[in-house]
Design a binder for this molecule. Structure first.
Ligand code: HEM
Length: 157
């Protein structure tokens, strides 16, 4: 019954930080695709909407970079504390899926998001629209992978 967390309260700190980072990243992606994008798409012209989306994404992505650093640092520390051999399958799946999410995010940052900013600077709205669509598609994929990682860690103990 009494896990390491109950004998040493500080043992829960990495997990708390891990959850904070995961919730910020996952919640931001859900908000982006389910609330923000449909609303601005319905109400704003491309010349207003695309610069707005580029600014919003720029701010959100700073948060995602921080989340990536915190998830990796805390996740690996929890994994290495137990030892990779003793760690349950779900933890290894979380590492694999988490790394995949990070690669996809890195691709978004250096690919479609960079192109979006260039399109906005050039007032090329059709190109900007295509790039936003790519960012949102990859965010959908990452949201699904994130839930798969969480399901793995909770169900495959
Ligand atoms: C890529 C590196 C990652 C590693 C090495 C990693 C590792 C771990 C480990 C070892 C645990 C188990 C902690 C425990 O049960 O004591 C855990 C839990 C968890 N991780 Fe990750 N993780 C990573 C990425 C992510 C990502 C990207 C997300 C978000 C989608 C995430 C969300 C969670 C959640 C929600 C838990 C559940 C904590 C619990 O209640 O047991 N992790 N992670």
């Amino acid at each position: 019954m009494a896990g390491p967390a109950s004998s040493d309260p500080m043992a829960s700190l990495p997990k708390l930080l891990h959850l904070v980072a995961a919730i910020l990243w996952m919640g931001g992606m859900a908000f982006l695709m389910l609330a923000l994008r449909p609303a601005v798409q319905a109400q704003l012209e491309p010349a207003v909407r695309l610069p707005l989306m580029a600014t919003v994404l720029g701010r959100f992505f700073v948060m995602v970079w921080l989340s990536v650093i915190v998830l990796l640092a805390t996740g690996l520390s929890m994994l290495l504390d137990v030892g990779p051999r003793a760690a349950p399958l779900g933890w290894h799946l979380m590492l694999g899926l988490g790394l995949l999410m990070m690669l996809i995010f890195g691709h978004v940052w250096f690919g479609p998001f960079r192109r979006l900013k260039q399109a906005v600077a050039a007032a090329d709205w059709p190109e900007g629209g295509r790039r936003i669509a790519q960012v949102v598609l990859l965010a959908k994929i990452n949201l699904s992978l994130g839930w798969a990682a969480i399901a793995a860690v909770l169900l495959l103990r």
